[in-house]
Design a protein around this ligand. Structure first.
Ligand SMILES: C[S@@+](CC[C@H](N)C(=O)[O-])C[C@H]1O[C@@H](n2cnc3c(N)ncnc32)[C@H](O)[C@@H]1O
Length: 280
């Protein structure tokens, strides 16, 4: 990485922000991805009665999944450095009548908690860190010896369409450039193993999934992409990749869907990678 890229990674604010559109995008994304995360959490060893810390809890969905697994005998604390996200997650926990989940504002690498956790978990958060291994080392220290450490990250390296759907593929390139510009790691999924090892954790287990769909089953994938393009459109425009008129937000979904139907394409979503180990 060049010095400039390294500096932008350190200085960059969180690229996706916490607008109402982005919080809604996280909800839509969760509905699609939660079954995969749940599978990773259970395979990693999250179970009834555990105390779990969720890193970068956003609108709260991973914490809610963990709360369902640990049940009333367990407890989940989500931590996010965005006060807006913590407010939204706390409101959602009340709306769901969840008594075993709470949220704290701050960077969990710097926060202190009363007692160690049975597990430290997170989804789509290491990719936004200037030094993911340093973050992981610090947050894993919140787990007791033998505690589970499980992270779910994505990798844009696997996203594609076949036969190629041009507008879909262009939107993917915009997103990779816009997210990458902020210093976030768009290939975090395949870097999870080396990040765990660099953080001093034992050799981790790895699993991978991807959402795929064609024809009438491609809508959720197209919606995900269109939502993300809207979130990162300021960066797309700033980088000179496209103007708001080129993007055409209001018609983007229909244009991609028409193209996917015309080409008979199958869309492959971002690779979803689960990685887990236990502290020594
Ligand atoms: C893409 S969102 C994912 C939210 C949630 N984990 C999910 O999967 O729905 C990433 C979240 O991580 C939070 N975040 C990023 N870096 C953080 C840090 N160092 N400490 C705490 N939160 C962080 C952001 O504020 C954001 O809410």
């Amino acid at each position: 990485m060049s010095d400039n890229a390294e500096q932008s990674r350190k200085a960059a604010p969180y690229v996706l922000g916490h607008t109402e559109h982005e919080l809604q995008r996280l909800r839509t994304q969760a509905a699609l991805i939660d079954p995969i995360t749940k599978w990773f959490l259970i395979e990693a060893g999250i179970s009834t009665g555990m105390r779990v810390l969720d890193i970068g809890s956003g609108a709260g969905h991973v914490a809610f999944l963990a709360a369902e697994i640990v049940g009333d005998a367990g407890e989940v604390i989500g931590a996010d450095r965005s006060a807006e996200a913590v407010r939204a997650a706390t409101a959602e926990a009340s709306a769901r009548w969840l008594g075993n989940v709470s949220f704290r504002s701050g960077d969990p690498a710097e926060l202190t908690f009363g007692q160690p956790f049975d597990a430290v978990i997170g989804r789509y958060v290491l990719q936004f860190q200037a030094d993911p291994a340093a973050m992981l080392r610090k947050v894993a220290a919140h787990a007791k010896p033998g505690g589970v450490v499980v992270f779910h990250e994505l990798d844009w390296g696997g996203i594609w369409s076949y036969p190629p759907a041009a507008t879909h593929d262009t939107c993917c390139r915009w997103c990779v450039a816009a997210i990458g510009e902020s210093g976030a790691e768009t290939g975090m999924g395949l870097k999870l193993r080396s990040t765990f090892v660099a953080a001093g954790l034992p050799e981790p287990e790895l699993r991978m999934e991807a959402i795929m769909g064609g024809g009438s089953r491609s809508g959720v994938l197209i919606q995900q992409l269109v939502d993300l393009v809207r979130t990162v459109s300021p960066a797309i425009e700033r980088l000179g990749l496209a103007t708001a008129a080129d993007i055409g937000h209001d018609t983007l979904f229909d244009r991609i869907a028409d193209e996917v139907n015309a080409t008979g394409s199958v869309l492959v979503g971002r690779l979803q990678v689960g990685c887990w180990s236990r502290t020594v």
